[in-house]
Write a new protein. Structure first.
Lengths: 278, 281, 271
């Protein structure tokens, strides 16, 4: 303990003996403490100043808010039933195929992105793929793919598969990087080839989490499939977008409720699957 | 000062943790509560300050009937009973001083405690207690930076800052080495004598109990099977409490299982029928 | 791992029993057929003419995007600032709302099971609906602008932060809480002394993590009119100004990398 800290402790003990005690400040240096506090205040002021609100427009929108809330009380599943069912079907198929493809493609990328089993050039390429796929929102990727592949669920599927690659490969690579290396060495010591090592030492350690993550990603992909329709990549999002722009709030409410229900279902079953694989 | 009559606790699972406990503790008496794991020792102590709700019976601290209290009145009653825990139960991420001062929570309002603006006399007393338990230099250390014995001392200081009339002590030495255990027991004993406190001490270690308590109560399967002076505790009685064992060659019962807060089936239930001498008063 | 005897009486080791093996085949068959059916649905809804063209379209897109029109970056500072504000203020408001919700939703701190179900309901609805959908709703109600974006991000964050936080609350050590209750502390004081210090690291970590995610999400909110750099993105795409789009992409990429780095550093420092 430095001398300064020692004297300040003595001072605090003296004060405590007389009944004076304050909590230790979170940040020792008062300059930093005040600097950060002032910085936060300045930022908040500037940030709020840059938010300009058109109150007239808000007041006008309040009526719609009421409409929307009342629509939630009486959601309309019927009048656009065909659109809803078609959108839902598209979303679900997109979710499933994209997750399967994404996970399959993520496995080689993940192996390549694990520093401990792959050579540097492969590692860099795979990490770059992961970084690009994770940085951009699904919707941005969807825009590009819609331009390339045309409107419809195929673009959506490719988008989601691409996003899945980034997500799964990163987690898979992290898993492989901190797996139990002794087991790998034990298998290698038997004279196993690279493939045999993967199959007998790496796969058993990574598999349970891989399954759990895939189920989790399935859930995410469904949620995302509800949005990418906004830019024309098919799915329930397109139906939702249309209903909102037509001011058919009761249909929108119905769609939102369906989404919530399906997500709940997914979450419930995925927690079961994860418990079962562990 | 503390009177338990007919106290029974049945857990929702149907396990009976305590059956018809009759116990009176006079002022200033240090009582050791011994018994096998799962005998209901922790449950009994927790019934007294209502961390566990007794199913039946009455518990009176001086003139207050504790079992019927709620809200503020319960807080006030808890204030007068300091509790010391097996795993110290300090809040790891708070400093030692904050942990000790938390003993005053029953006396100060929310905002005062939130802003850590404790009254001057509380701070003085807290510091005096830290000096008493030998940790004045640790005031600004975080609780998780202390050793086991030091943490237990902080726990004791916290309990005493409540200015209690009664100490409830739950396995104070179960996580400590033998030397520290003796130091802690001696400290508790001395503090009780200094302040005229009564204490109920749950303890596994029969030797420690005999050395430091005025009176020993043996609990088995939720019933009191012995109540008497430490000198009256013979091997036969130990057999009644704990079951068959060669007590004279192994003076300390080896009991690995330190946790007995949930009632499990007493292991010797069928082997020793009936109650032995010195049974419930 | 069953070992059976062959007709010659030699032990044979198989990984699974015959029955388990068959069940596995059936499961694979079902899974693959389901995948093929889904694929069929998608391919029926696809104009394959466009898809055959995809390579050329992609190359065309790339050639229009490159080189990026760097001068356009000067227009983007203000929208980027808006994006940061949407993410930061949205996170702050989201956390402020999520905090009480988490306490109501955790099994060990909730005042009543009914309150708990209501809090869980709030968390689930907030989590299931993407911030972009929240933004779409809010833009129809509040009109386009940063405000809708902030509220959308805040609403979406409630569920995320609330869920992780209430799980953290349920995992705290019960003994300090018991000890603080035993001193005669009130409910709020028990929360403040017994629960709060235990969840503080998790809380800070979750908040920073969510802020990082929110930066990413706020970059696209503009597509539905909720302010930020997404507005510029939308405008550039509609004008087919792909050389501007690539500048925007590069800015988003850089911002997200920086925010991810900050978030990782902060979380590392906390743990």
């Amino acid at each position: 303990m430095s001398e300064l800290a020692q004297t300040s402790l003595e001072a605090r003990m003296q004060a405590a003996r007389k009944g004076q005690w304050r909590r230790l400040p979170l940040i020792d240096d008062p300059r930093w403490r005040w600097g950060i506090a002032v910085g936060v205040v300045v930022y908040v002021v500037l940030a709020f100043a840059s938010v300009d609100v058109n109150w007239a427009r808000v007041a006008e929108g309040a009526g719609r808010a009421v409409n929307f809330l009342s629509a939630f009380m009486q959601p309309d599943f019927v009048s656009r039933q065909k659109d809803i069912v078609a959108g839902l079907l598209e979303s679900l198929t997109m979710t499933l195929t994209s997750t399967v493809l994404g996970v399959l493609l993520a496995i080689p990328v993940g192996l390549g992105a694990a520093r401990n089993i792959s050579p540097l050039p492969v590692y860099l390429v795979c990490r770059a793929i992961i970084a690009v796929s994770r940085t951009f929102q699904e919707i941005i990727i969807a825009i590009l793919f819609v331009v390339m592949f045309g409107f419809g669920p195929l673009a959506g599927m490719i988008t989601l598969a691409f996003a899945t690659i980034g997500f799964m490969a990163k987690l898979l690579a992290e898993d492989i990087e901190d797996l139990d290396w002794r087991q790998v060495e034990a298998v290698r010591a038997t004279g196993a080839s690279w493939w045999q090592t993967m199959n007998h030492a790496v796969q058993p350690q990574v598999m349970p989490r891989l399954i759990g993550l895939s189920v989790y990603r399935l859930d995410i992909n469904f949620r995302e499939s509800a949005v990418i329709g906004i830019v024309g990549a098919g799915g329930i999002g397109a139906t939702l977008n249309t209903s909102l722009s037509r001011y058919e709030y009761d249909t929108s409410a119905a769609i939102l409720l369906i989404i919530i229900a399906i997500v709940l279902l997914c979450e419930y079953s995925s927690s079961h699957v994860r418990r079962w694989t562990q | 000062m503390l009177t338990l009559s007919g106290v029974t606790k049945r857990y929702p699972t149907g396990d009976r943790a305590l059956t018809d406990i009759e116990l009176t503790l006079p002022k200033g008496q240090v009582m050791a509560l011994i018994g096998p794991s799962g005998a209901g020792k922790s449950t009994l102590i927790r019934c007294v300050n209502r961390l566990v709700e007794p199913t039946q019976g009455s518990i009176r601290l001086e003139e207050t009937e504790i079992t019927r209290l709620s809200g503020n009145a319960l807080r006030q009653a808890r204030r007068s009973m300091g509790m010391i825990f097996q795993e110290y139960a300090l809040v790891d991420r708070l400093t030692v001083m904050e942990n000790v001062l938390s003993g005053r929570l029953g006396y100060v309002g929310f905002w005062r405690s939130f802003l850590r603006r404790y009254p001057q006399d509380a701070v003085t007393e807290a510091f005096r207690l830290l000096e008493r338990v030998g940790l004045p230099h640790a005031i600004d250390k975080r609780a998780d930076a202390l050793s086991g014995g030091q943490r237990q001392r902080v726990g004791i200081a916290r309990a005493l800052l409540q200015s209690p009339k009664l100490l409830l002590v739950d396995e104070p030495t179960a996580s400590l080495d033998p030397k520290t255990s003796r130091q802690i027991m001696r400290l508790i004993r001395e503090l009780c004598a200094e302040r005229g406190l009564a204490a109920i001490i749950n303890i596994h270690d029969v030797t420690l109990a005999q050395q430091f308590a005025d009176r020993i109560v043996g609990l088995r399967a939720g019933e009191i099977v012995f109540d008497g002076l430490p000198s009256e505790l013979t091997s036969e009685i130990l057999t009644t409490i704990y079951g068959e064992e060669d007590w004279d060659t192994t003076p300390e019962p080896m009991d690995d299982d330190v946790s007995d807060d949930s009632i499990s089936h007493p292991p010797y239930a069928r082997e020793v029928p009936g109650l032995a001498a010195g049974g419930a008063r | 791992m069953p070992v059976s005897l062959t007709t010659q009486g030699l032990p044979v080791w198989k990984r699974r029993t015959t029955r388990a093996q068959w069940l596995q085949y059936v499961a694979w068959l079902l899974g693959i057929s389901l995948f093929l059916i889904c694929w069929k649905v998608i391919s029926d809804n696809t104009m394959w003419v466009f898809v055959e063209d995809a390579g050329r379209q992609g190359a065309d897109l790339l050639s229009r995007m490159l080189p990026p029109k760097w001068a356009y970056a000067n227009v983007l500072w203000k929208p980027m600032w808006d994006t940061l504000n949407i993410a930061t203020l949205g996170t702050v408001f989201g956390i402020m709302m999520a905090f009480p919700v988490a306490f109501l939703a955790a099994r060990n701190t909730t005042p009543h099971p009914l309150v708990r179900s209501a809090a869980l309901m709030v968390i689930v609805s907030s989590r299931s609906i993407n911030s972009l959908i929240w933004a779409m709703l809010l833009v129809t109600i509040l009109g386009p602008g940063v405000l809708a974006g902030i509220i959308a991000i805040a609403l979406r964050s409630i569920g995320f932060v609330g869920k992780l936080l209430y799980e953290a609350i349920e995992e705290i050590h019960p003994t300090p809480v018991e000890a603080i209750s035993a001193t005669g502390a009130s409910r709020m004081q028990v929360m403040n002394y017994g629960v709060l210090p235990q969840i503080m690291p998790a809380f800070a970590g979750i908040s920073v993590y969510r802020w990082d995610i929110n930066i990413r999400e706020s970059t696209v909110l503009g597509l539905v009119g909720a302010g930020g750099i997404g507005l510029q993105l939308n405008a550039s795409i509609n004008n087919l100004a792909w050389d501007q789009v690539s500048v925007i992409f590069i800015m988003i990429f850089a911002t997200v990398l920086v925010s991810e780095w900050i978030s990782a550093r902060v979380r590392h420092a906390i743990i």
